[in-house]
Design a binder for this molecule. Structure first.
Ligand SMILES: C[S@@+](CC[C@H](N)C(=O)[O-])C[C@H]1O[C@@H](n2cnc3c(N)ncnc32)[C@H](O)[C@@H]1O
Length: 296
């Protein structure tokens, strides 16, 4: 729950939109390192923190031993996928809440641990499962899909314009080099397409595509937003922080759909983005976009 592990992104903006106050109830659907959840509890509200990664839930459970009992009593933890947010909230007596927060993607904790396989900056197994109970990991896709399937995956979930040449290179090299680790895959992509313009690593979009597929991330967002709408009270808010265009597109469309059905209004005509000072302080925030929906 400390900044050592995850600096909460767009924190004050999230808290302001959620309208945190004493006695109110919230769901933090993406607990991570507990940064947002702790901040909500410190303002006097109760918060149910959900994460699909049992390491995240255990981490926050341990960290909670170091905070005051009054604060501990305001935080409830649950392991689960936010696609089931309604059921998880009901099971934990959070069935009517003042707001739900989604801070999508992976946490610093997950990225920093090489063995989780999320980062091309560290050498680890090609895993990328947020929930370690899932049976398929990234190496299964890299080794098991045909070239055509890899191309479709990289285009659909990575919007990767070099999908064809990267998939070809993977299929050609996967027997020879085995391609077991994040670094092997990142190096192969670098050798195949070279450096990109701008500051993104050549493997960024392929890693994003594999991670989205392994964790079925885009479907989870759709289902999670539907569930959140059902549990928020009148004037309750759904606050979502996204990190790439595929996520942001779903949130934008879903909120428009909710608004068009007369259920509420979108409070952010344009997404809120981090101020330059936050980006300087925490470069991981640079692609963040925050959108907010309020129920009637
Ligand atoms: C960016 S981090 C959240 C960081 C957190 N807000 C903080 O301040 O420490 C995202 C977290 O959401 C979790 N997550 C991603 N998709 C999820 C899903 N469908 N259901 C539940 N948790 C999910 C990840 O495991 C990760 O721990």
């Amino acid at each position: 729950m400390s900044s050592k592990y995850h600096t909460p992104i767009l924190l004050s903006e999230s808290l302001t939109f959620l309208g945190i106050d004493k006695g109110k109830k919230y769901v933090d659907a993406t607990l991570g390192g507990g940064g947002h959840a702790l901040a909500i509890a410190k303002l006097g509200a109760s918060v149910l923190g959900i994460d699909t990664d049992h390491e995240a839930v255990n981490f926050v459970k341990n960290e909670m031993q170091n905070i005051k009992v009054e604060l501990q009593n305001k935080i409830v933890l649950a392991k689960g996928n936010f696609r089931d947010v309604k059921e998880i909230a009901e099971a934990n007596e959070f069935s009517k809440v003042d707001g739900v927060l989604f801070d999508l993607g992976v946490s610093s904790n997950q990225l920093d641990k090489a063995e989780r396989g999320f980062s091309f900056m560290k050498d680890g197994p090609l895993d990328m499962r947020m929930n370690s109970d899932l049976e398929v990991m990234a190496s299964d896709l890299v080794h098991g899909l045909s070239k055509k399937e890899l191309v479709t995956l990289f285009r659909r979930f990575g919007e990767e314009r070099y999908a064809n040449i990267i998939a070809g290179s993977i299929v050609k090299n996967r027997q020879k080099s085995l391609l077991k680790t994040t670094k092997q895959l990142a190096d192969l992509i670098m050798a195949t397409i070279g450096r990109r313009q701008g500051d993104i690593h050549p493997a960024t979009l392929v890693f994003q595509a594999l991670r989205i597929a392994i964790n079925d991330e885009l479907n989870s967002i759709e289902l999670g937003l539907n569930g959140a709408l059902e549990i928020i009270k009148s004037k309750g808010k759904i606050v979502v922080i996204t990190f790439h265009s595929l996520e942001d597109k779903i949130v934008k469309q879903k909120f428009s759909l909710f608004a068009d059905s007369g259920i509420g209004i979108v409070l952010t005509k344009k997404p809120i983005i981090p101020k330059q000072a936050e980006i300087n302080n925490n470069p991981r925030s640079r692609s963040a976009k925050l959108r907010v929906f309020e129920k009637n």
